[in-house]
Design a protein around this ligand. Sequence first.
Ligand code: GDP
Ligand code: MG
Length: 315
Amino acid sequence: MHQQSPTAGPVQIVTITPDHKFILDEKKLKEILYHRRAQGKKISLVSIAGDFRKGKSFMLDFFLRYLRAKNQKEWIGKESEPLKGFDWRGGAGRHTTGMIMWSEPFIMSLPNGEEIAVLLMDTQGTFDSNSTVFENAFIFALTLLVSSVTVYNIMHNLQEDNLQHLSFFAEYGVLALDAYHTSPFQQLTFLVRDWQFEYETPYGFHGGEEVLTNRLQIRPNQHHDLELVRSRLRQCFRKVNCFLMPHPGLKVTNRREFDGRLEDIEKDFKTQLQSLIPELFRSDNANFVKEINGEQITSTQLFEYFRTYCAVFAS
Ligand code: GDP
Ligand code: MG
């Protein structure tokens, strides 16, 4: 899984211009999806989406560590090593809205020994005062269409409006499909950051399952809109799960010179990373390999789908 060149890094593949047009950089996307290591292989695309400045890129850099590690037990790294990869502070450069993919695929094996190419994608919505609903819907919908696993990063709790937004984005995404399929999207994982009620509901997938079941329950006398949102989500996704993540600690959120090193991160957070990440990248998960119209696709096919979907949204 570890073969990466020293120049590997984040690459902006979709940009949203100040006048709200989105541009797919076909040349850069092609360089990634036609990478010799990926050619002819089936793929998995794991993405993260959600509000701005909520630790998405920070989390992705731990995904990167896992994929780069030579030893799957000691992947998390050294105590004093700065966290690098996708730019997670946003402070340095101007943040560009759009989609950012890691420049090189990672190779993993399926349980039958077949090698697949694993790709990582970061997204950056415009959740500032200039944001338009359309831009966010476009980024999110395209993410759902091209990813096998989409992590929806949310703060504090899974709220009613998270479900409503997701349902809207999914509905928007379905418009780009030429035929209606049941479960057009694969896995959606709600990642709840800074979960504060551990005394009631524990961290991890088990606690997440409790929260999710509770939120997705259709109750008698419920408002019809909410019922619709819930049934739409069940129709659109093959698998929906939820993970409750602890707060990473005050050094992470308050210290300007924090560089991502493990020694400055709370133990609970690190423990939960060790539980979340290997589970997300399990190659025996039926939704790990990307499918379109019920068929597992290769990286070069994904390139064509990217173009098609972008063209649909642009029209
Ligand atoms: P993004 O815009 O969602 O990609 O956010 P970034 O990954 O750039 O992180 C924004 C800030 O949130 C950084 O200063 C991180 O140190 C901090 N951060 C990272 N993880 C967490 C978390 O789990 N909870 C909180 N409260 N802050 C976090
Ligand atoms: Mg980011």
